[in-house]
Design a protein around this ligand. Sequence first.
Ligand code: KMH
Ligand code: ZN
Length: 309
Amino acid sequence: MLQDRYRPSALTVAVTGGDVLPSQSEFIPRGVEGIATAAIESARAGASSVHLHARDDDGRPSASPAMFTEIVDAIREQTDVVINVTTGGAPGMKLQDKLVAMQACKPDICTFNLGTMNFESWPDPARWPNVQTDWEREILEGAGSATFINTLAMLRETAAAARDVDATPELEAYDLGHLYMARHLIDEGTLQGPVRVQLVLGVLGGAGSALEDLFTLHERAHRILGNDLADLGVAGLGYPMQFRHAATALGLGMDCRVGIEDSLRVRRDQPVHSNAEMVEVVVDLADLLGRPIATPAELRARLTKWSKS
Ligand code: KMH
Ligand code: ZN
């Protein structure tokens, strides 16, 4: 991986996600228009790429390939931002549901979650939001048994599906063991190096979101993957860690991610109103720190495409 004081950092915005609940905020983008608009505004504010999940008009996560296609087409009509489609989906989705969006949209990038883990967004009932719908209540009541299942067989199937549409996998590593899984997948030929890796910090079930966790995993990622590491990014969950990790990433020349998928606040006492607002914070930080943000073309040029053989 290029280590350069002025290497552009790619900035991803994760505009809606599948884990936050619509009852938490009216500003979580929903429906084709809401999600596409959030992505387009974020691209105009300076994001290099947009990470996409779909939600229906009521805010419920959706696996509909038709909805994903409409969202992606609307974004592509207005911007050249790099398109990153989830294969992580939302709680309760089966692998096939998670893959159809990527198969339909043929994005530049798809996420690739490296392992099975506990994934507890709502561990403390005292801090549950007041929810309006049964499906949200079911998610809260599932707390304590929340898992994110990504077996080795599922990883191989996801890689084959990404290869079929020539989407570059973005390897989501939530903890140290996931970096060793990435190493194994490259060694067995399931993935082709050099790979794009994103550390996702702060999920209960994975590594914490302390900056020391970032430094440790940054060092381990370089050691374990060596020349097979193309890009390393970070997504810190929640306020203020989202921005602290973004700032640190900019300092180190890593990529970073912000967005409503990961946090609902832009200041300690200020709820977020739009994804573009979060992008603007990072664009300002990058300016202050003398770190260019990668243009979509610069990011696209870095993506390792699958070899044909
Ligand atoms: N919501 C994040 C913790 C994916 O979309 O594949 C994980 C994520 C996974 O972004
Ligand atoms: Zn996601």
